[in-house]
Design a protein around this ligand. Structure first.
Ligand code: HEM
Length: 194
């Protein structure tokens, strides 16, 4: 789908990030993310493009199979909210494309802030007007870096024969995901500790 057709996807219209571009550059240095990684991600984006729905099936299967995770797409103590799962799914698919193809500039940084807030009481449930849990715990955000990363490999390998090139793209993907989750930790941190 085109960006404008994804309900609740407000890239380019998000509030200003409290994180500065200079802080982003420092964080990129800390995860060893450079121009080479940006190029590897663009290549990964080409390979993953036609496989996004299958990747989402894998991730949603992972979340659906774990009560402590699916709880955050459910009414507190209740059933999963189908419309919520569906709405977030299309934005998640776009996030895969954004991670691979967008320049990590001010607009990107601003949407990073919005994604962070959507996992916290500031904005969770707001976009899709649902009554789910108030916050995704930070520890699970961090933990999900593992499945979000390892499950990508077979999709890259399906389209790239060279194991070496697959590994290089995997490394770039891991850096990009850790970079983002590090940014998303900001609204969870006490003043002066981020
Ligand atoms: C929303 C990615 C961890 C639950 C989202 C979105 C993305 C995303 C891209 C949609 C953002 C948008 O609205 O444009 C990730 C990544 C994670 C992670 C990359 C870890 C590396 C988790 C965990 C949970 C979770 C552990 C717990 C089940 C949710 C929920 C939403 C959401 C409930 C919808 C929030 C709302 O707008 O109400 N996530 N997420 N996420 N994620 Fe995560």
């Amino acid at each position: 789908p085109k960006n404008s057709e994804i309900p609740g996807y407000t890239y380019g219209a998000a509030g200003h990030s409290p994180v500065t571009l200079a802080e982003l550059e420092e964080l990129k240095a800390s995860v060893m993310f450079g121009e080479k990684d940006a190029a590897l991600l663009r290549r990964a984006g080409e390979l993953l493009d036609g496989q996004v729905e299958k990747i989402l099936d894998t991730w949603y299967g992972f979340v659906a199979g774990q009560p402590h995770l699916v709880a955050h797409f459910s009414r507190p103590g209740g059933e999963p909210i189908a419309e919520y799962l569906e709405a977030v799914r299309s934005r998640f698919g776009q996030w895969i494309r954004d991670t691979c193809t967008r320049p990590y500039d001010q607009e990107w940084l601003d949407y990073q802030n919005e994604i962070a807030l959507r996992h916290t009481p500031e904005h969770k449930n707001e976009t899709d007007q649902v009554g789910s849990t108030r916050v995704v715990p930070l520890r699970h955000l961090i933990a999900l870096v593992v499945p979000i990363t390892t499950t990508i490999r077979p999709f890259l390998a399906k389209r790239e024969e060279s194991a070496e090139k697959v590994e290089a793209m995997m490394e770039a993907w891991l850096k990009a995901v850790v970079l983002q989750v590090a940014l998303w930790s900001r609204p969870y941190a006490n003043e002066g500790r981020w």
